[in-house]
Design a protein around this ligand. Structure first.
Ligand code: NAG
Ligand code: NAG
Ligand code: ZN
Length: 446
């Protein structure tokens, strides 16, 4: 009967899409549906899962669904399973020599966590897929946050494992490795002289948590897709920063569930939750023009005063925005991998949209788009303007390095483009309309 359901789906019209998804989730007994009523925070994994694997093959379904249910039920089990890397550390003298060896190499990499060339893909392999947990834990330690805020290290690990688990590993791009990459970039920015001289431990704490959670529970499709399929998140957040609100609310849910800051006053916890929200919401790329023109006028007037907490938080919003779209500012080897991954995610959405006659979103059509065109447009209209201002604010070697890679990478993609088309188009025009919803807000190649 499931096969029948799936096959007949191709003939359903658009308004029925959502109904169908709901039916399907009900039918498959997805536990995520249960907590729909929770508005304040979104409990972990609270949104009806859009599991596109269900469209591909029948046999995969039972495996993935039952695995997911078991995972949800046995959360402590899950914690143990996914924290193998840490068990290697917390349980002295792990018997697995291979694990120890990988541990050793991962630890060695962490000594250079502040390098702009840090290879997060390699680090993820060395940590057995636990890059987000291990990197963030290390950074908490490095910045003295555990001591300063009297954090319980078991609670901290548990919190980070829950965060990592609530990223969807099947997303080619918006997964825990992207979150780890953004957190690593954020760390590099926090070390910049202007910031490190003025930031308080509180600022650093919020920055790292926001970076690690900024795409939490990302469904692998963009906001326009959620709106046109009448996804309940679009309704819940009134079609505005739908994903970012969800990432934030999910992060708040995990913070509360972990009890990591239960020893702090209610006022401080509430302040933390709302400030993390300000940071995460700033990553909505469709709002970039607003943030950028504010940044620009501050720089023109030269009136940024980092002793002022409001100004510091504005700079942290800009820093997180930079970290989120810094892929083109990395070395070609790293940058190219990110480009391939994000394009794969876009094209996957486009395939679904075609298959179910939802209208293909800009940048998502594998028939008409190329990686090179998408990247050149992304760099020209979003990355270059942002990093040019960032370099005005913080004119350091790191900023020059990032602009250097950006220029080289763009030239490389132009080379690819010339080979492919004999020198036709330049930048993808879809990016010029970035104020509207037309831009998949996820070249937030975020
Ligand atoms: C672990 O093993 C090393 C060497 O084999 C030994 O020196 C150390 O004391 C052991 N640690 C514990 C906690 O047993
Ligand atoms: C969200 O967008 C959809 C589709 O354009 C529209 O039908 C709906 O009314 C919008 N919801 C709100 C709250 O604006
Ligand atoms: Zn992101």
């Amino acid at each position: 009967s499931l096969c029948f359901l799936l096959c007949s789906f191709a003939f359903l019209s658009l308004p029925l899409f959502h109904t169908f998804i709901s039916l399907l989730t009900l039918f498959l007994g997805d536990v995520r549906v249960r907590s729909r009523a929770g508005f304040e925070t979104e409990r972990r994994g609270s949104h009806p899962y859009i599991d596109f694997r269900i469209f591909h093959s029948n046999s995969e379904i039972e495996v993935s669904v039952s695995a997911r249910n078991v995972r949800r039920l046995l959360s402590f089990q899950r914690y143990l399973r996914s924290s193998r890397f840490f068990r290697g550390i917390t349980v002295p003298n792990s018997s697995n020599i291979l694990d120890d060896d990988y541990n050793g190499q991962a630890k060695c990499m962490l000594e250079k966590v502040g390098n702009w060339n840090f290879d997060i893909f390699l680090f993820d392999r060395l940590t057995n897929g636990n890059s987000l947990v291990s990197l963030t834990f290390h950074l908490f330690n490095l910045h003295g946050l555990i001591e300063h805020f009297q954090l319980d290290t078991m609670k901290l690990r548990r919190f980070l494992v829950m965060v990592q688990e609530d990223y969807h590993s099947q997303n080619p791009y918006h997964n825990a490795v992207h979150a780890a990459d953004v957190t690593q970039a954020m760390h590099c920015y926090l070390k910049e002289p202007k910031l490190s001289e003025s930031l308080t431990p509180w600022d650093v704490l919020l920055s790292l948590i926001a970076a690690a959670t900024h795409d939490l529970d990302h469904p692998g499709v963009n906001q326009p897709f959620l709106i046109k399929t009448n996804h309940y998140l679009a309704t819940l957040y009134k079609n505005t920063s739908v994903l970012e609100n969800h990432h934030w609310r999910s992060a708040v849910g995990l913070l509360r569930e972990s009890g990591l800051f239960a020893h702090m006053s209610l006022e401080n916890r509430q302040l933390m939750e709302s400030q993390i929200g300000d940071l995460i919401l700033a990553t909505d790329i469709s709002q970039q023009n607003e943030y950028l023109s504010m940044f620009r006028s501050h720089l023109d007037r030269g009136d940024l005063c980092l002793e002022d907490a409001n100004h510091r938080h504005f700079i942290l919003q800009m820093a997180l925005k930079c970290a989120d779209i810094c892929n083109p500012c990395r070395t070609w080897e790293l940058s190219k991998q990110w480009s391939e991954k994000v394009t794969e995610e876009f094209f996957h959405q486009g395939d679904i949209e075609k298959k179910y006659h939802l209208g293909v979103s800009p940048l998502c059509d594998r028939q008409t788009e190329t990686i090179a065109n998408i990247q050149i447009g992304f760099m020209t209209y979003l990355v270059e303007p942002l990093f040019a201002e960032w370099a005005r604010f913080s004119n350091t070697r790191l900023s020059q390095t990032m602009l250097g890679h950006l220029g080289l990478n763009k030239a490389s993609w132009k080379g690819v483009q010339r080979e492919q088309s004999g020198g036709g188009e330049d930048a993808d025009p879809a990016f010029e309309e970035m104020d509207s919803d037309i831009l998949p807000q996820e070249p937030r190649l975020s």
